[in-house]
Design a protein around this ligand. Structure first.
Ligand code: NAD
Ligand code: TYD
Length: 352
């Protein structure tokens, strides 16, 4: 493997930290620069185990600051970018859409400009790999599945901002020849996920005997993938993906929210030594999320056939491992739920 200097943005977040860990440990001859603003979702404790590796470097910066991005690209002469930095929570995008335009749209365009400027006509072997979501495809009914050719139809400010950033990445490839790749992944779960998202939020609430706020009737369906399998897919696509292409990533693992929540309750009853059925009593149906997409499902046949990637873990095993991780990492959870988190929680759930 050739020496490379790779910029990973958003590496202190949930998925980014798994990608940084994988690249730093698997590729000692790559120099990995993790750029992160350290918003509420960014946490350097997610990378404690690799922070002293000689091929790892952290830079605190905001991708919305175009000047800082130009300077960083000039200074480091990156060979490639894996772009994960984003505002990522749908509920927050409903409360504050503009922040999503700044980071997800303008931030992405700033990075594209900095890459274009730095790489100029030496584009060979360079790569801008943009990490996106299946939510850009919109919402499915009972039938159907998202393929790479599904028309974009975003509904939330979050998915609209991600769709916009995807369009800019393609536009910079078509117009300026900036070599790019995009992957669109389904919902991730696993260690280090901020407890605003369904799975870590509910694990934490069950543990603390707090109500479980199920939006609407709990009938929405999500397709869940273990985060380390997403990181493995990113590795495969980064090294073997065809420039200009899009790859869908997913685990063929659809769950109705309420069924998933009941499984989590049962596993937690067992692990916490509670009578079966105790945690389920915490379920509370609350006002639905505005514009709540009914169903996501990803067809990842292209990735499986062309690049030989398949998920390594069955959901039953993955969810057990995930629950164990949150129960064993109580201090991590306490740290991220102190301070501003309480305010967020009250604003988000009191009004429902
Ligand atoms: P996250 O919210 O856990 O992490 C985002 C990271 O980006 C944080 O470390 C944050 O500090 C950083 N960041 C935010 N704004 C920034 C800015 N202006 N400048 C620099 N850094 C900034 O998100 P995640 O769940 O790890 O998602 C990572 C990426 O993967 C996102 O692009 C998201 O759209 C995409 N994605 C997520 C999922 C999922 O299920 N979580 C699924 C598919 C795709
Ligand atoms: P989430 O983890 O926010 O991911 P996304 O909205 O990006 O798919 O939510 C997953 C599902 O869980 C979604 O259908 C909304 C639902 N949900 C609840 O019912 N209650 C909650 O408190 C949260 C955060 C989510």
């Amino acid at each position: 493997m050739k020496n490379k200097t790779i910029l990973i943005t958003g590496g202190a977040g949930f998925i980014g930290s798994h990608v940084v860990r994988l690249f730093v440990t698997k590729y000692p001859n790559y120099h990995i620069v993790n750029l992160d603003k350290l918003t509420y979702a960014g946490n350097l404790a997610n990378l404690k185990d690799i922070e002293n590796q000689p091929n790892y470097e952290f830079v605190k910066a905001d991708i919305v600051d175009s000047e800082a991005m130009f300077q960083l690209f000039e200074e480091k002469q990156f060979d490639a970018v894996i772009h994960l930095a984003a505002e990522s929570h749908v509920d927050r995008s409903i409360t504050n859409p503009t922040e999503f335009v700044f980071t997800n749209v303008i931030g992405t365009v700033n990075l594209l400009n900095a890459a274009k400027n730095s790489w100029k006509d030496k584009l060979e072997d360079k790569l801008f790999y943009h990490i996106s979501t299946d939510e850009v495809y919109g919402s499915l009914g009972e039938e159907g599945i998202f393929t790479e050719n599904t028309k974009y139809d975003p509904h939330s400010p979050y998915s609209a901002s991600k769709a916009s950033s995807d369009h800019f990445v393609r536009a910079y490839y078509d117009t300026f020849g900036v070599p790019s790749l995009i992957s669109n992944c389904s919902n991730n779960y696993g260690s280090f996920q901020f407890p605003e998202k369904l799975i870590p939020l509910f694990i934490n609430n069950i543990k603390n005997n707090k109500l479980l706020p199920v939006y609407g009737k709990g009938e929405n369906i999500r397709d869940w993938l273990w985060v380390e399998d997403h990181a493995r897919a990113i590795d495969v696509i980064f090294h073997q993906g065809k420039v200009g292409e899009t790859y869908n990533i997913g685990g063929h693992n659809e769950w109705k929210n309420i069924d998933l929540i009941k499984i989590m309750c049962a596993i937690m009853d067992r692990k916490l030594g509670r009578d079966l059925g105790t945690s389920e009593k915490l379920i509370t149906y609350v006002k639905d999320r505005a514009g709540h997409d009914l169903r996501y499902a990803i067809d990842s046949t292209k990735l499986q056939k062309e690049l030989n990637w398949i998920p390594s873990l069955q959901f039953e095993e993955g969810i057990e491992k995930t629950i164990d991780w949150y129960l064993e990492n109580e201090t991590w959870m306490q740290n991220v739920t102190s301070g501003d988190y309480q305010k967020y929680y009250e604003n988000q759930y009191q009004k429902r």
